[in-house]
Design a protein around this ligand. Structure first.
Ligand code: GDP
Length: 200
């Protein structure tokens, strides 16, 4: 059985490794890394939990951890880096600069990083906030996949329209509709990541 299949059929277990801001504090490991970002309330924690039986992403919602990079070991097959929520309207100049420095440092120095997942509510439009993450990924040469969350809020045809709209706005082909509520779509995203970013 190839590794992708083994990973997908195994019981899920995700472990929190550590939090960090500075590069010197990032965990040392030799796995591939995937970063995940989204404005707050996008459904990022819920989505991460669809990848897991344990409610691990709650870690990132505890006070003090929301402005840090949180690293998770995904069953020893890759490391997921939960990046703090963005949304510039709610941030002051200093906060914004700190956040930007942390993300830019991470993206530019992390050698085992393979790609970036952007989580956004399927009912929202692509905005400047999402565009900034796209620019980061392009500048550093990482592929970007978009996870549209809360797909249960739309009918099937609205969902297809939303996917088409984001694909058109971004020029990206990796756009997935998911629902944490219905535990839907997480496997498809993981399969894509394994096939395109992680598998040698
Ligand atoms: P985060 O701030 O991006 O980590 O977002 P959360 O995962 O905490 O979700 C924000 C809100 O959206 C919460 O009230 C969730 O219950 C809700 N939510 C998240 N995912 C889904 C989903 O798939 N369907 C529905 N209906 N609500 C969701």
């Amino acid at each position: 059985m190839d590794r992708t299949l083994i990973v997908l059929v195994m019981p899920k277990s995700i472990q929190f490794i550590k939090s960090a801001v500075l590069a010197k504090d990032y965990p040392v490991h030799n796995m591939a890394e995937v970063a995940i970002a989204g404005r707050s309330n996008a459904g990022k924690s819920s989505f991460i939990n669809t990848l897991s039986k344990n409610k691990i992403a709650k870690v990132s919602a505890t006070p003090g951890k929301t402005r840090l990079l949180n690293f998770f070991n995904m069953e020893d097959s890759y490391v997921l880096t939960d990046m703090p929520g963005y949304g510039f309207a709610a941030r002051s100049g200093d906060e914004l600069r700190e956040w930007q420095r942390m993300i830019e440092t991470y993206l530019s120095v992390r050698e085992n990083l393979r790609g970036l997942i952007l989580v956004m509510d399927i009912r929202r439009s692509w905005t400047e906030d999402e565009e900034i993450m796209k620019r980061f990924s392009e500048r550093e040469g990482f592929p970007l996949a978009v996870v549209l969350s809360k797909a249960d809020k739309l009918s099937h045809s609205q969902k297809l329209q939303a996917i088409a709209k984001i694909k058109k706005a971004t020029g990206l082909s990796a756009v997935f509709a998911t629902s944490a509520l219905k535990k839907d779509g997480g496997e498809e995203v993981e399969r894509y990541i394994f096939e395109n970013w992680i598998k040698e």
